[in-house]
Design a protein around this ligand. Structure first.
Ligand SMILES: [Zn+2]
Length: 502
């Protein structure tokens, strides 16, 4: 099986090979590989390549380059969506929009945001515009998402196959009432996104994490009595059942229920909006409790989960700030490096960068100071994902943009994410596929500044950027601050790190 998958992978990536061109001309013609239906006489090897598609689809995703060879509707190309695809093929409604570069602004390498938000659900639209279009002319690039560097390996394929046999994947959502789902307004956007993610099986429960991370124990954090799949954690777990039953929904979960079937049932009910909002808040509450148990080793109580959900439910007209504790991104602690912040040389500025993440979103932040430790400006940006390396790379991107804003001709960009820094310094040659485009963008912006140096620092010396990122993710702030108005969340650090005048 892995051999056939490897062959299929080569078919998809070696498009200049003769054998690929022959097969394409013979069978595929102008059809899309992912949706092509074989008919009549086809060779056995071609048949097996086509049959391996279903497995291959779990790991393949395009990285947008010039956008000319990616079919918006049929190809996998959105890395932050589980399955990487647009949920509904609406080509019929948009006959002239087929290729990803049809979503670009004319002659520019930027997304046509108006068009995208008109065409797609807000969630999908946001995830599309989060994709970075490379600054240089580059071909679209198909990558295998299950290895860090994006190349197919038989071993990663075996792991994928093995994990699928063991997992309880959600059933296909063919008749799910998506239109009604998107129309629901009376729930916080954060919870709405969360529900969308659990419908796509896209939250980091142990069952999902253990497919990719060795050593993650696949056990439910609430009941310790079952594999922690999304369906278990939120529906079939004894704790979840207690919460759902104790709530005003009074729900008795049936063994045949799945997450999509329960949510679809709520939405289709005549009291759909209320039921959905209440249920969504309950799921969210269970998920947050689980995270507290996992990450803070705290206890949980069914009553508290119901109470928190009801509070959230009754607050739904304004964005929730329900005391979420943003956890910072893990980054390796090196023993080398300074333990406190040090100012840059004269005539040079230093920009510290860092990221912080809350379960579903993250912030990237950058803080600039001069050789006297005086504040020159800072910036932060919210991301709709929490993959550490993406957030760390984005923090550097914010840093380099800050350097441009300040008009700096010499700057040091300093952060505690060693891998990203090593790549920019040229000490690490393999760039993970997830950050390939943003790294090329960082390099291209950096090339417009006379002197830029990237440097690693111990996280203890990166306090200002860290505090700003943490504050920004807690309050969903994307903003720039100028030299005369530093945000209050970092003013103490700026003061204490300022070198004392002699
Ligand atoms: Zn459980």
């Amino acid at each position: 099986m892995a051999l056939v998958a490897k062959l299929a992978w080569r078919f998809l990536t070696e498009k200049d090979s003769i054998w690929v061109q022959i097969l394409k001309a013979k069978y595929l013609k102008d059809e899309n590989f992912w949706t092509y239906q074989p008919n009549g006489n086809v060779s056995a090897s071609w048949k097996s390549i086509v049959e391996s598609r279903i497995h291959l689809a779990k790991g393949c995703c395009w990285i947008v380059g010039n956008g000319k060879s990616i079919n918006i509707w049929k190809d996998p190309w959105i890395p932050s969506i589980l399955g990487f695809k647009i949920s509904e093929d609406m080509q019929a409604d948009h006959p002239n929009i087929t290729w990803v570069n049809d979503l670009f602004n004319n002659y520019e390498k930027t997304w046509n945001k108006n068009l995208i938000f008109n065409m797609f659900s807000p969630f999908e639209a946001q995830r599309i515009i989060d994709i970075i279009i490379p600054a240089e002319e580059e071909e679209d690039n198909l990558i295998w998402t299950l290895t860090p560097h994006g190349n197919f390996t038989p071993k990663s394929f075996h792991l994928l196959m093995h994990s699928q046999q063991a997992s309880h994947s959600a059933p296909i959502l063919d008749d799910f009432p998506w239109k009604k789902f998107w129309k629901i307004k009376d729930v916080s956007p954060r919870v709405h996104t969360f529900i969308w993610r659990i419908l796509h099986n896209g939250i980091g429960v142990n069952d999902n994490s253990s497919k990719f991370v060795e050593g993650v124990i696949n056990e439910c954090a609430h009941c310790h009595n079952g594999e922690e799949s999304v369906a278990h954690l939120l529906l079939h777990c004894s704790v979840a059942q207690a919460v759902l039953f104790a709530s005003p929904l009074n729900l008795r979960v049936r063994t045949t229920d799945s997450i999509p079937s329960v949510i679809a049932r709520w939405i289709k009910d005549h009291d759909g909006e209320r039921k959905f909002c209440l249920g969504a808040c309950l799921f969210w509450s269970i998920w947050k409790s689980r995270n507290k148990v996992v990450f803070e080793k705290s206890d949980f109580a069914v009553d508290n989960m119901v109470e928190a959900a009801m509070k959230n439910f009754h607050n739904f007209f304004r964005p929730t700030r329900d005391g979420e504790d943003p956890s910072t991104l893990p980054s390796p602690n090196r023993t080398l490096g300074l333990i406190c912040w040090s100012p840059p040389p004269t005539n040079c500025i230093k920009i510290n960068v860092d990221g912080a993440t809350c379960h579903l979103s993250s912030a990237a932040a950058a803080v600039a100071r001069d050789s006297e430790g005086s504040f020159l400006g800072c910036g932060s940006d919210i991301l709709n994902q929490s993959i550490p390396i993406v957030v760390e790379a984005h923090a550097i991107f914010i840093g380099i943009q800050l350097a441009l804003k300040i008009n700096s001709s010499a700057c040091i960009i300093e952060g505690d994410a060693s891998m990203v820094i090593d790549i920019l310094k040229g000490e690490e040659v393999n760039t993970p596929w997830r950050i390939k485009n943003i790294m090329s963008k960082i390099k291209s912006v950096a090339s417009t500044i006379p002197t830029v140096e990237f440097s690693y620092v111990n996280r203890k010396a990166n306090g200002a950027a860290h505090a700003l990122a943490k504050h920004s993710v807690s309050f969903s702030i994307s903003d720039w601050w100028s030299a005369d108005a530093p945000p209050s969340c970092i003013s103490n650090i700026l003061y204490s790190e300022k070198p004392q005048a002699v």
